[in-house]
Design a binder for this molecule. Structure first.
Ligand code: NAD
Length: 380
């Protein structure tokens, strides 16, 4: 494939079991003294937040903590953090958690160095100024947000999940410790893992895919397809958790330079309208949206099936790959949309219009019609 493409390395990545212990040393390399620490109540409850804060304090760093991040963060949470930290000075931000804590930290960093409000930055390369060093420690595997130039925040007035991406958005440093995922509840393991698989597959078939992103997609989908179920059934399996985290990192390094597709284009408005979490939404949508795309780019599905180890390309069909994807979702006990209180009465014209307007859709191999979307939604 001879083509012009962009692929950027957004941040340093420090990866491995136990690497959380290196947090103080990494902060010192930034010559920082005052830390804004951001995490969520779930991580405080299981002691991860406290552990990280103690490490910072023992290293002689001053730390102000915001520990109330809510899943799928909104502009109002960002405003609240800005209000609480008014007048304080920080020289580094540390985010511990899933994509919600990390994206909250990215948005706060943007707001501390650019005019407010955050809602004006929806889109590509919209943020004029670079923020301070931002160190992200993921605890899901997952969104890959620690390694993408992307920040997703809900604009509450517009009922839309904004995607702020491009320059001046990403983290400076990712500290990726697979051991932090051992305690993830199975349901969150499954949903966030399917989100990462969606990142790999959607990036691979995106119309703006490129030679480097594709290698990352292939590596990521192989690791995730072959380890996610073990993580779900045997949460403390060190090898599977390591591989799943590595897979989600490769996923980030694939879609971070391309775009996504129909699965995310449906999941994001479902989240914005009806509150289904990002992971759950993508997990529900993945097989059906891939089945839609497989009719258009069947050859690429055979390539992906072979990459995931489903068999030799010569023996595979796109239908077989889709069948395996449905089986994975069934094995992971991914529920139907109705289980989240999203019945057929919720498939309104407003929802369909929002899906058709999603940026993620622009690089999907086929542009669906309203009728296509209604068929897909009715099958979820
Ligand atoms: P999350 O951060 O919302 O966390 C979900 C739940 O899992 C929380 O209740 C949290 O407390 C809990 N949790 C997290 N880690 C845990 C652990 N190790 N043990 C026990 N509980 C744990 O979930 P997420 O799916 O990682 O993030 C979703 C957000 O990320 C959404 O807002 C989505 O839009 C965004 N996102 C961002 C990008 C990006 O590149 N910036 C990509 C995809 C999604």
């Amino acid at each position: 494939m001879i083509m012009v493409f962009d692929w950027g390395v957004t941040n340093a990545i420090h990866f491995g079991n136990g690497v959380l212990k290196d947090l103080p040393e990494i902060i010192k390399a930034y010559h920082a003294k005052d830390v804004l620490f951001i995490t969520d109540p779930g991580l405080m409850k299981i002691g991860y937040g406290e552990r990280a804060m103690q490490m910072l304090e023992h290293a002689g760093l001053r730390c102000y903590a915001f520990t109330e991040v809510q899943p799928d963060p909104t502009d109002t949470v960002i405003d609240e953090i800005l209000r609480r930290t008014e007048g304080r000075k920080f020289d580094v931000i540390v985010a511990l958690g899933g994509g919600s804590s990390i994206d909250t930290a990215k948005a706060v960093n943007i707001m501390l160095h650019n005019p407010r409000p955050i809602t004006q930055y929806d889109g590509f390369n919209t943020v004029p100024n670079h923020g301070m060093p931002l160190i992200c420690i993921p605890t899901t595997a997952g969104t890959g947000s620690e390694s993408t130039p992307v920040c997703v925040i809900k604009d509450t007035a517009k009922k839309k999940k904004m995607v702020i991406l491009g320059m001046n958005v990403g983290a400076t440093h990712a500290i990726i410790d697979p051991e932090l995922t051992y305690g993830l509840p199975s349901r969150i393991t499954a949903a966030t893992g399917m989100d990462a698989l969606a990142h790999c597959m959607e990036s691979y078939i995106a119309t703006n895919t490129n030679v480097i992103s594709r290698q990352n997609s292939i590596k990521g989908m192989n690791l995730i397809y072959n380890n996610l179920l073990t993580c779900y059934r045997d949460p403390k399996n060190a090898e599977a958790r390591y591989n799943q985290m590595l897979g989600s990192t490769f996923a980030a390094l694939s879609f971070g330079s391309t775009n996504l597709g129909l699965c995310h284009a449906i999941a994001m408005p479902l989240g914005a309208f009806y509150g289904i979490s990002h992971g759950d939404g993508n997990a529900v949508c993945l097989p059906e949206t891939m089945a839609y795309n497989a009719k258009v780019v069947a050859g690429q599905f055979v390539e992906m099936g072979a990459a995931m180890g489903m068999g030799e390309a010569k023996d595979l069909t796109a239908d077989k790959v889709i069948e395996n994807l449905y089986k994975l979702a069934a094995d992971l006990e991914i529920p139907k949309l109705a289980a989240y209180g999203i019945g057929k009465d919720k498939f309104t014209d407003e929802l369909i219009d929002a899906i058709l307007m999603e940026g993620a859709l622009t690089t999907n191999p086929k542009q669906p019609t309203s009728e296509d979307l209604m068929v897909i939604l009715n099958s979820l």
